[in-house]
Design a binder for this molecule. Structure first.
Ligand code: GAR
Length: 202
């Protein structure tokens, strides 16, 4: 079974959804490690409850970003991690890190990229008056919310819909889509052709 690491900075509902998919036997990977950069993050409690090994590595503990990332890479290597799953990790990885795990880092974004990049995507789509938004799972490259798209699913915004209702709908889709994407990748069914992602056996 492939070893994966989840990177998270906050609530960790995607982390929990992935851990539960594994527990239920729907996703056959080993969740080897949670990497967290925020000592106050609720995801740390979730990891404890779910019995997942967690490491807290704070940017403030290192003079240079490279040293911070090298410490993370050390933990990934020690745990033989083959796929990095970013789930609300609110930090850009440097080109140095991306190169170390080339095409082996994925991210989930709560909008249909390339629309509504950034850290407030759900609110931005709502405030913009979009009729449709959604969820994107993509490979991570050097640019923000930019790498090749693996899966997308749309979420409609009803005209009377509230921001809270949209957030709930988006998170529900995220919790389904991310385990699916991890499954496809770890089964070797995801191929890259430039920016195009081909999924085989569907
Ligand atoms: C998720 O909605 C994820 O898509 C978003 O952070 C949230 C984390 O929630 N990521 C981004 O906005 C990245 N640009 P969670 O901690 O409950 O999984």
């Amino acid at each position: 079974m492939k070893n994966i690491a989840v990177f998270a900075s906050g609530r960790g509902t995607n982390f929990k959804a992935i851990a539960q998919a594994i527990k239920r036997g729907k996703l056959k990977v080993n969740l080897a490690l949670l990497v967290c950069d925020n000592p106050k993050a609720a995801v740390l409690d979730k990891a404890k409850k779910l019995g997942v090994k967690a490491c807290l590595i704070q940017r403030e503990g290192f003079a240079q970003k490279k040293d911070f990332e090298d410490e993370i890479i050390k933990h990934l290597k020690n745990n033989k991690v083959e796929l990095v799953v970013m789930a609300g990790f609110m930090r850009m990885l440097s080109p140095h890190f991306v190169a170390a795990y080339k095409n082996r880092i994925i991210n989930i974004h709560p909008a249909l990229l390339p629309s509504f990049k950034g850290s407030r995507a759900i609110k931005d789509a709502f405030d913009y008056g979009a009729k449709v938004s959604g969820v994107t799972v993509h490979f991570v490259d050097e640019a923000m919310d930019h790498g090749p798209i693996i899966l997308q699913e749309e979420v409609a915004l009803g005209e009377s819909s509230t921001l809270k209702a949209l957030e709930e709908k988006i998170h529900k889709v995220e919790h389904k889509l991310y385990p699916q994407a991890i499954k496809l990748i770890t089964q070797g069914r995801v191929k890259l052709r430039g920016r195009r992602v081909i999924i085989t056996g569907r």
